[in-house]
Design a protein around this ligand. Structure first.
Ligand SMILES: Nc1nc2c(ncn2[C@@H]2O[C@H](COP(=O)(O)OP(=O)(O)OP(=O)(O)O)[C@@H](O)[C@H]2O)c(=O)[nH]1
Length: 543
């Protein structure tokens, strides 16, 4: 019963272990997957935003560097225009027709041209259509007042005209022109001073590419959306409506914007330089930015997935080591105990809750085992008693008597302790059975055994040899003492009231064990004596 219960428990626990293992694995994997998904989404969106921010910052920096370069480039030119047009130059422009004034102005042109190397041409035109310039003679019929640079300065009066880029017909170089009106003492326009400067360095700066984002480029447009300078030489003079419609009109505004240029999405940064009438734009294809972002996101996510899987494996391993393994070892331990392999060594419990549970289970199991051992001992004692007891009379049976006899014989052989053996048989017992019935016969035998047991010493052993035959083994008893015991037995039987007043007598033989005896020979001898007592008329003792 105990074994069967334990086996059932063990099977149940084994199933629990594998289920627990599966549950732990499922929980850690699910948690890891949820964590991976959450972290991946967060990191991907973070990296994407960061990537776009980075690209915007690259665009902004590039745009700023171009704008700064333009500012730095244009400032001395505008200052030169301002200076030549003002009274600070020491030239009285109302007297432009006078040779002295012309020479003074031409020498100023020369000084400025030598001081500012970017100046390509510096010249002035006057209301009479004349042109004042070093080393050049205007063709016949030339009229300054109809030239675009003259008209632009008149239009911007009293300010410096916006920078007008144009390609020189002769050198094919890009030039930018700044002009300002020349005034007399009454602030009346008498002419225009104009400086044309080469734009090579600006064009070069606009054309500088970026290694990370190869599609980045810069271009310049005017405040009406007309492209002025562009790396694609076919585009200047054309309108760029797609981006222009997104630009704010605020003076000197700058910022980022995204727009669709045909089927291409573009990200741009712009900076309005309103004193020049220019808008500097730096833009890039959005696909060009996304590519490195996607690359970064992919490699980062790959690292996260590998890291998370490794962590999951490590967690599973640690949990298995600290949770499943102790439970499995406990299961093994319980099995060992129930199978009685207690000598296999003490199990070292882990120092945690599982350890405490394990200890409790082990104690419980050990307690059950002790209980089982007590039950077994009781059963063994009972079995031993049953196997040594006569069922009817509850005195020793023949097997027990043989054991007692063997013990006495060996004790005699070792220490010469004397002992005697008495054997008797109920007289005419068949008659008792036949007359009063078998059950009465049984009662007689029981009462006979009780009577004799009460008569003899506790150290003597009474046993049923078989049927109505009995044996008494008396340790430390010589023949004389044995005869005395036999007589006491006879007397007790004689005095006892058996059922139905039946008169019971016995025939008895006795011997003291001597050196000449063996166990077999003394038994044969006593049996013969008992037979002789029967022969001689029963109800007597033969010694
Ligand atoms: N009631 C009962 N009778 C038993 C038991 N064991 C043996 N007997 C009977 O005891 C009787 C023994 O008979 P016998 O061997 O002929 O001996 P007896 O009648 O006692 O005659 P003698 O021994 O010659 O005096 C038999 O009838 C057995 O059946 C028992 O346990 N109970």
């Amino acid at each position: 019963m105990f074994e069967a219960n334990n086996r059932a428990y063990l099977t149940f626990y084994m199933k629990q272990f594998s289920k627990l293992h599966r549950q732990i694995f499922a929980i850690t994997t699910t948690l890891a997957l949820i964590t991976i998904v959450i972290i991946s989404i967060s990191i991907a969106s973070l990296l994407y935003t960061q990537g776009i921010d980075n690209a915007e910052s690259v665009l902004r920096n590039k745009n700023r560097s171009v704008t700064t370069l333009i500012d730095g480039y244009v400032a001395p030119l505008r200052k030169a225009v301002e200076y030549t047009g003002s009274s600070a130059s020491g030239v009285d422009h109302s007297r432009f027709r006078e040779q002295e004034t012309k020479e003074k102005f031409l020498s100023l042109f020369e000084v400025l041209q030598n001081t500012i190397p970017n100046i390509h041409y510096i010249f002035s035109g006057y209301e009479d259509g004349s042109l004042l310039i070093n080393n050049y003679t205007a063709p016949a019929g030339f009229n300054s007042t109809v030239r675009p640079w003259y008209l632009a300065a008149i239009k911007s009066n009293p300010l410096i005209s916006e920078g007008v880029p144009y390609q020189d017909i002769n050198s094919k170089k890009w030039l930018v022109s700044f002009g300002k009106t020349l005034l007399d003492a009454d602030n009346k326009i008498v002419g225009v001073i104009s400086i044309d400067a080469g734009m090579d360095s600006i064009v070069k700066a606009l054309a500088i590419r970026d290694e990370k984002y190869p599609t980045i480029y810069n271009f310049v447009m005017d405040t009406e959306g007309k492209i002025l300078i562009h790396p694609d030489e076919t585009l200047p003079d054309t309108l760029h409506q797609q981006i222009f419609s997104h630009l704010p009109e605020k003076v000197n505004a700058s910022g980022s914007l995204a727009y669709n240029d045909g089927d291409q999405k573009k990200l741009a940064h712009f900076d309005r330089i309103d004193e020049l009438g220019w808008i500097v734009v730096t833009e890039v294809n959005l696909a060009d930015i996304r590519q490195p972002i996607v690359k970064t996101i992919t490699s980062t996510l790959l690292m996260i997935v590998i890291g998370s899987l490794f962590t999951t494996w490590l967690m599973s391993h640690i949990l298995s080591r600290h949770l499943i393994l102790p439970l499995k070892r406990l299961q093994q331990r319980v099995q060992e105990i129930t199978e009685g392999k207690d000598e296999l060594g003490k199990y070292v419990f882990p120092n945690n809750e599982i350890g405490k549970i394990s200890e409790a289970i082990e104690k419980l199991t050990e307690k059950a085992l002790i209980q089982k051992n007590i039950e077994l001992k009781d059963k063994n004692t009972l079995l031993s008693t049953i196997s040594h007891t006569d069922q009817l009379t509850s005195i020793a049976n023949r097997r027990k008597m043989m054991e007692v006899l063997h013990t006495e014989v060996s004790s005699y052989e070792q220490n010469q302790h004397p002992f005697s053996v008495l054997m008797f048989d109920v007289d005419h017992f068949k008659h008792v059975n036949d007359t009063f019935g078998h059950e009465v016969g049984d009662q007689v035998l029981i009462r006979l055994a009780q009577t004799i047991k009460a008569t003899i010493h506790k150290t003597d052993t009474l046993g049923r040899w078989g049927g109505e035959e009995f044996v008494i083994v008396c340790p430390n008893t010589d023949k004389t003492m044995a005869l005395n015991i036999a007589e006491k037995v006879f007397s007790a039987i004689h005095l006892h009231n058996f059922p139905l007043q039946i008169n019971i007598t016995i025939s008895l033989g006795l011997s003291e064990f001597t050196n000449n005896h063996s166990l077999e020979s003394i038994l044969v001898e006593i049996d013969q004596k008992m037979y002789r007592a029967k022969q001689l008329g029963r109800n007597q003792i033969q010694t």
